[in-house]
Structure formats: C-alpha cells, structure tokens
Design a binder for this molecule. Structure first.
Ligand code: AMP
Length: 482
C-alpha cells in the first residue's frame, strides 16, 4: 500500500497491508493500521471543524498519532500545522493566534482542543510550517499540495532510494527537513522510524533500534550525523542495511563527508539544499570521492526537475511550483521575498549568497542577512533580540554568535541594557540572574534559541545604518574580564 500525493488517498490497498509503515516511540503501525487510524482521525477532525482549507495544528513529539494526524489532515484537505514540543506552550499559543486553526490536536493525549476554524485565504495547502521570524514572532510558510507531489516525484525519481525504503526520522516535525521522510514514506509505501529525543539520548539502545528496524535511508542535518561519529556502533557492522545519507539544512563540511565515506564506503551521500519556503529542498548532488577530490567547500548541487535557479546580484533565487504560496498574513514579507518569474511561475529570493558554475552546479556562500544555523536549527537573530528586550528591567536587547574559524556558529551570547541591570562596564550576569532570565526566555523561545550566556552592558553598539553591530558585540564579549 502507499499514499498517492496527487489524489491524496491510499492506493494499492491490497498490496502488503501488513508491512510496517510507522515505527514510533510509543507503538508501530502497519499500512493497514495507518490507513484505518488516519480515516478515523479524519472523521474526528471533521467533527471538530476541520475541512478543506481549514487548518488543524498538531502538537506533540514523535508519537504514532502525530504521523496519523498529518495523514488524516491530508485526507481531509485541511492544511496541517506541525508543532513539536521543543516549542514552549507560549510559542504554540502565538502560532495558534496567527493560524486560527479549527482545533489543536494533542498527539500525546489523543485529544482535540477546540479552536476558531476559518478557512485560509490560500486554497489547496498541504501544510503551514513555522520558522523563526525577524519581527519577534515565528512566520508561517504555506506549502501547496502540488508542491509536496513534486517533492515525492523528485525523491522517488532521482535519489535512488530503492523499493520500500526505511527512513531514519530524527528532525522534529516542526522542521521541514522531516517532511522528506513523511512524504517519501507515503509516496513509496516504505516505512518511517520516528526517534524521540529521549531515545536518541541513549545511543546504544537507539542504534540497536535502528538496526532492528533495518533503516536504509538516514535523513538529518550534517551536525546531527557529526555527533554520531563518536559512537562506534554508528557503523555498517551495526547498520548493514543503511544505503543512503540524505543531508539538508546547513553546509555539509567536506571533512564530515570524507569521514562518512571512510566509515560507510558502500553508502551514497546526498547533499541537498533549499529553504523551507521551497518545500524542503531544491538542489542535490551525490558526494562521491571524485566530488571530494575536486571541491572544498562542497557544492550544493543542481536544480531539481521543473525548477529554475537564478543567481541575481549574488543572491540565490528559486523558481518553480514547489515555491511556497507565501507567508501567512505577511503581505509585507511576501512583497519582499516573492516574485513572478517571466514564465509565470512563483519565485523566491532566498537571502543566500550563491555562485553557479557552468553546467548549473550551485555553491552556497552564506547569508546576506541575520539568519543563522546553529546545530542545524534556523534562527533569526532579531527574534532573540526581541525576547531579550522583553525581559523585565531590560531596556534593550541583542544577541551575537560565536563562531569557529571555519564560520560554523557554535554559541549564542545575549546582551541586555537598562538601568536596572547594567553597570558602568559590561559584565556577565551572576549565576542566579542568568538562571532566572534563561527561564523567562525559555517560556517564549525553544531551547536552541536561548543564549548560553548573558551580558549586561551600558549600551548596545550600533553600526552606521543604525542596526545593531553584532561584530562589536563579540568584541565587547571578548573584552570582559574573567
Ligand atoms: P531551512 O528553512 O531550515 O531548511 O533553512 C534553509 C537555509 O539553510 C538555507 O536558506 C541555507 O541558508 C541553509 N542551507 C540549507 N541547506 C544547505 C546546504 N546543503 N548547504 C548550505 N546551506 C544550506
């Protein structure tokens, strides 16, 4: 059995209905069970006001019911809004206010919390994915049903994943990287192995589970794979069925690709690139030994089928039907970031600096703005600035990023001003104040956006164009006496 991403229904239902579809933290589902549960979920969601174009939010972490709910929403035609529990309840509340869904489905409790339920202006959406926003609130990326159909076609047609692939899913469903596994599992009739944070924290048991499920495709950010290299069980001896590493979301360091080639000589390594705004990814390349011999930094590859890539004034722009329909209720941003290409298709200005070689091989050369990736997580620094500014007693707030010599972001440092907090000289907050303020920030921000250190300073340095001078913040940080 599989789930067709054109008709958005289960097809070939007589074929291997007992095959594994989802292995979750709490239970496993065969394809027949997935179908039965998704149909029942769809009925329950309709009873709570879900309908075509009326969205439903899903809150949870790696439960089988989370997966069921996404499929059920596709059956109804209700755009789903996946929110992982890595986001604090305050952020869920903010998302609900923006989306006004028919209901919030709590995947852990298996319960619908009633909502508002008006249809969205955009019709025929598959999902709305929230990413960090520079105004202080997350922004909702609206992805059409046609776009996920194209994603499925591309993955099955180009990635060489084999019949009935078994995916290692680790990224939370609120990050669009995870939509790779969701839609490729559905389109192929394969299986998705969901791995909860608590399980990953016990590496021996976790890798044993991946081996038992026979994973064939590893999907993660490069950072996450890098963390696994220290584990000896992360090897072909323990994971003999693993054939493909599928990376996206941040630069793939050549050194990491080389180490993986050594440790898993028979596995293919795919580097893919693209923003959430263009349905997971837009370019791909297999990182072979020949590519490694020629390039460092590595290229992000060629455009996927039916997509045109432009590098305009140094900025990568993406054209195709997989480009989002726009940010929800953000006409201002849509005006800046979206355009209509000469062929009439949607175009998106990524904010990534790029360079294209003859033959269309693309290189990504960093960002034009204050968006960063920290351990694979996408962060707008201005969103953290806002949260720091909102701390009690703070009159201003800003953050800066500590980086390795190769440019990789490793840590966030927060800075606050205000008579109540700052003395004459910049100083670290004492342990008690640091802990109190981190708790307050964690009510609003996910843990990966909470700065690891906070500095009180008399004033924030500004650049000539009246923006926070983040380089000078790092100088201030470096100059604080120990
Ligand atoms: P996200 O929307 O979380 O997928 O983040 C998208 C951004 O991550 C892109 O605009 C790039 O800045 C960066 N990115 C994604 N994939 C890659 C890659 N393979 N190489 C370099 N940067 C990447």
């Amino acid at each position: 059995m599989r789930f067709d991403l054109k008709s958005f229904d289960f097809v070939e239902c007589e074929r291997a209905p007992d095959a594994l579809a989802v292995a979750a933290a709490d239970r496993n589902l065969s394809w027949a069970q997935l179908r039965a549960e998704a149909l029942a979920w769809a009925d329950a969601a309709r009873a709570h006001g879900a309908a075509p174009d009326v969205p439903v939010a899903i809150y949870g972490h790696k439960q089988a019911s989370f997966f069921v709910a996404m499929v059920g929403a596709l059956l109804v035609g209700a755009p789903f809004v996946p929110v992982d529990t890595i986001y604090p309840p305050e952020r869920l509340r903010c998302i609900v206010e923006i989306v006004r869904p028919a209901a919030v489905f709590d995947a852990a409790a298996g319960r619908f919390e009633p909502g508002h339920g008006a249809p969205l202006a955009e019709r025929g959406l598959a999902y709305v994915m929230f990413t960090s926003g520079s105004t202080g609130d997350p922004k909702g990326v609206q992805i059409g049903r046609e776009s996920v159909g194209l994603l499925g076609d591309w993955m099955l047609g180009s990635f060489g994943l084999g019949d009935a692939p078994v995916f290692m899913n680790q990224a939370p469903f609120s990050f669009d990287l995870s939509m790779y596994e969701v839609f490729a599992t559905l389109a192929s009739g394969g299986a998705c192995v969901l791995n909860a944070r608590e399980l990953i924290a016990t590496p021996v048991a976790w890798i044993a589970r991946l081996a038992e499920q026979g994973i064939t495709v590893w999907v993660s950010t490069p950072s996450f794979a890098h963390q696994q290299l220290a584990n000896r069980d992360f090897s072909p001896a323990t994971l003999p069925t693993l054939r493909t590493f599928l990376f996206c979301g941040e630069p793939l360091p050549a050194a990491l690709a080389k180490k993986l080639r050594q440790r898993f000589p028979d596995a293919a390594i795919l580097n893919t690139y693209g923003p959430t705004e263009a349905t997971v990814a837009t370019t791909w390349i297999q990182i072979t030994d020949a590519v490694l011999a020629r390039h460092d930094p590595l290229p992000v590859g060629h455009a996927k089928p039916d997509c045109e890539l432009l590098v305009t004034d140094g900025e990568i722009c993406i054209v195709g039907d997989h480009v989002m329909r726009g940010y929800l209720n953000r006409a201002d941003l849509n005006e800046q970031k979206l355009f209509v290409h000469a062929d009439g298709r949607r175009g998106f200005r990524t904010g990534d600096l790029g360079q294209m070689e003859e033959g269309g091989l693309l290189f990504c050369r960093g960002r034009m703005d204050d968006q960063i990736k920290l351990n694979g997580y996408r962060i707008e620094l201005a969103e953290i600035d806002e949260a720091l500014h909102g701390l009690p007693g703070a009159e201003g707030g800003a953050c800066a990023v500590l980086r390795r010599p190769d440019g990789t972001a490793v840590r966030l440092i927060g800075f606050v001003t205000g008579a109540a907090v700052a003395g004459e000289q910049p100083a670290f907050l004492d342990a008690q104040a640091l802990s109190n303020w981190k708790d307050l920030l964690a009510q609003r921000l996910p843990p990966y956006m909470v700065p690891s250190e906070l500095v009180a300073c008399p004033a924030l340095p500004m650049s000539n164009n009246h923006k926070i001078d983040r380089k000078k913040l790092i100088d201030i940080y470096a100059g604080i006496p120990a």
